[in-house]
Ligand binder design. Structure first.
Ligand code: AVI
Length: 313
């Protein structure tokens, strides 16, 4: 990661009103571990819903794509540890589709785990993990197989605003041609209480995950955030379908960076850290329309709380 960009974004964010720190900086080694713990929490329902969809629909998905060619390259952006994707790959293996799997992720640690998980189950799979910024990796990847399937799972799109999502889908489209498909996982709107519990878990792991960004700034940029002087506060707005996460300053205090910058916090002043968007179906239709992609199919879990949308150019 470029330290200058990190520093510049942090300093700019702390000068804004309201103050802001981007959740993309949550994921250092400790942040990766905390996120893995979040994914194990009962309250954080998203991975369970995603896995239910994969188990239910993996064969149908593979059968559909088989019609477009018997060899496929699967590019997964923000692939993570691969624990769920390996199950999706099973559908393609069952259909005897010749496949190459290219997981992209910023974290090389997590990609090592991914490769081990895939090869443990399918030693014969052609897998090439590519660490780094997945925008650049995707832009530079030349198509080698008959058809390409692009995966963007984990409800990762939810961390973008709707405008950013439309731009991102448009960007993904540039790397696809007529024979290719895109699957995006969307967490759908549901009872607000269920959503807020997922972001305000009883063990406080999500709190640690948010406050870790302050620890990271202390360690990497030499700031003196006193973590016990800050709390975490998420709230869900059922109108926008967005969970907004904040870090709250519990006292009036000043934080100083070793390079001299000082930031004053009022008592109970918030720092905005993350949005986690839950989608209305109409918003997904609008996104497809905006990016000029066709929706081929919707795949749901039993309760229809989460879905995979299969897009075609
Ligand atoms: C990675 N992303 C989809 C997660 C989410 O649900 O917004 C990150 C997260 N933040 C708090 N808990 C999990």
């Amino acid at each position: 990661m470029n330290m200058n960009t990190f520093k510049q974004e942090v300093l700019e964010g702390l000068q804004q009103k309201p103050k802001k720190l981007s959740s993309k900086y949550f994921y250092d080694a400790k942040g990766d571990k905390l996120f893995q713990q979040i994914m194990q929490l009962d309250e954080y329902y998203l991975p369970k819903s995603e896995l239910a969809i994969i188990k239910k629909h993996k064969n149908t998905i593979a059968q559909r794509l088989k019609k477009h060619g018997k060899s496929i390259e699967i590019l997964e952006l923000g692939a993570g540890d691969g624990s769920k994707t390996v199950q999706l790959l099973e559908g393609f293996v069952n259909q005897k589709i010749h496949l190459k799997y290219l997981p992209f992720d910023i974290s090389s640690n997590v990609l090592k785990i991914n490769k081990q998980a895939v090869l443990k189950k399918y030693p014969e799979i052609n897998i090439t993990p590519i660490p780094g910024n997945y925008f650049k990796t995707y832009q530079n990847s030349a198509k080698e197989y008959q058809q390409r399937l692009v995966l963007f799972l984990g409800s990762n799109l939810g961390n973008y605003t709707l405008d950013e999502s439309a731009n991102f889908i448009h960007f993904l489209k540039q790397g696809m041609d007529k024979n290719d498909h895109l699957i995006i996982a969307f967490d759908l709107v549901k009872h607000p209480r269920k959503i807020i519990k997922a972001y305000d878990d009883s063990k406080g792991v999500t709190k640690q995950f948010n406050l870790n960004i302050l620890e990271r700034i202390n360690n990497e940029l030499g700031a003196d955030f006193e973590l016990s002087n800050f709390d975490h506060y998420p709230y869900y707005n059922p109108v926008t379908g967005v969970t907004y996460s904040y870090i709250i300053s519990l006292e009036a205090q000043t934080v100083t960076f070793k390079t001299g910058e000082k930031f004053r916090f009022e008592k109970f002043e918030p720092i905005h850290t993350e949005i986690s968007k839950k989608f209305f179906k109409q918003e997904i239709l609008n996104l497809a329309h905006k990016s000029e992609l066709t929706i081929e199919n919707w795949f749901y879990d039993d309760e229809e709380t989460y879905c995979f949308v299969l897009f075609k150019k």
